[in-house]
Design a protein around this ligand. Sequence first.
Ligand code: KG4
Length: 336
Amino acid sequence: MAIILGIESSCDETSIAIIKDGELLSNVVATQIEMHQKYGGVMPELASRLHCENALPVLNEALEKAKITLDQVDAFAFTRGPGLIGALHIGMQVAKTLAILYKKPLIPVHHLAAHIYANEFVKPLKFPLLSIVVSGGNTEFVYMKEDMNFEIIGETKDDAIGECFDKVARTLGLPYPGGIPIDKLSKEGKHTYKLPVPLHDDSLNFSYSGLKTAVINLVNNEQARGNEIRVADLCKSFQDTAVGMVMDRLERALKRYDIKQVVLAGGVSANSYLREQMHNRLDGTNVDLIVPPIWCTTDNAAMIVRLAEHLWKMGVTCDSTVSCDPNWRIDKYKTF
Ligand code: KG4
């Protein structure tokens, strides 16, 4: 029997959740998206300040909803990385303060591993599995031979896919976070713009900076010629190309690895075209697919406590001298 309280503050969501023996008692998320929208992306300094403002109200609400008091909590989990360093620090300091005050252990949680384990809210993970981690800061194929064993078998060499969606959206004058309007407009558009597919090698790696630059150059050139941009068509052409790269790597991974299940993780896993393509490819095959519910694709502490329960059972805790790591690699989970 354990009650775990978890804190997520790696980017622009302040979130606290409480779990008791697998049952999620509360998950409160305070999003900062509106505050960052006018800058066209997340302002790290502003994110940290807003985490400071939001932390205690979110904590109180999470406790109230769970009908739990702080002295009942057995361990305090927090996102140790990856993420924005200033933002991570706020959540970590809240967790450390509570752990010291209530003399309870701290559990360090890897943000991307938590996105993967969030899929357990849908159904159990089946190993060996391939996790497709697609977010604003990361694009990775993570192979898991077994529980809590992470191997990066492919990753982006430059920009993350979500970052690319955001920058393309900004170029087209669409609001942040750019993946959402691009996804929506793509439904009205046709794939009429020819865009380059970068990285012609045999690996499982990705490259998105060339695609981003190609869209920016195309828009600049068309504008210089006085031509109107067909925004929905460009969104569709871009989205097909960006998602196409993921599907191409998936095909290779399926040929090279023993894979029983594929799970999507991260903000870009909300993309409707990516979801559709994954179902088209895997439904009816002997490879199982988990697509996370939309609420789980954005940052939240429910996924932090979910993974923290595994870590608690494994005895993974840390003391209050721990530091956060903005570049923590998932394959270095066991060394911090
Ligand atoms: O990085 P991430 O997992 O979460 C945060 O740190 O908040 O997810 C944010 C990213 C952004 O780049 C956003 O544009 C992208 O996820 N995103 C999407 C969609 N919804 C969010 N990308 C494509 N299609 C979507 N529907």
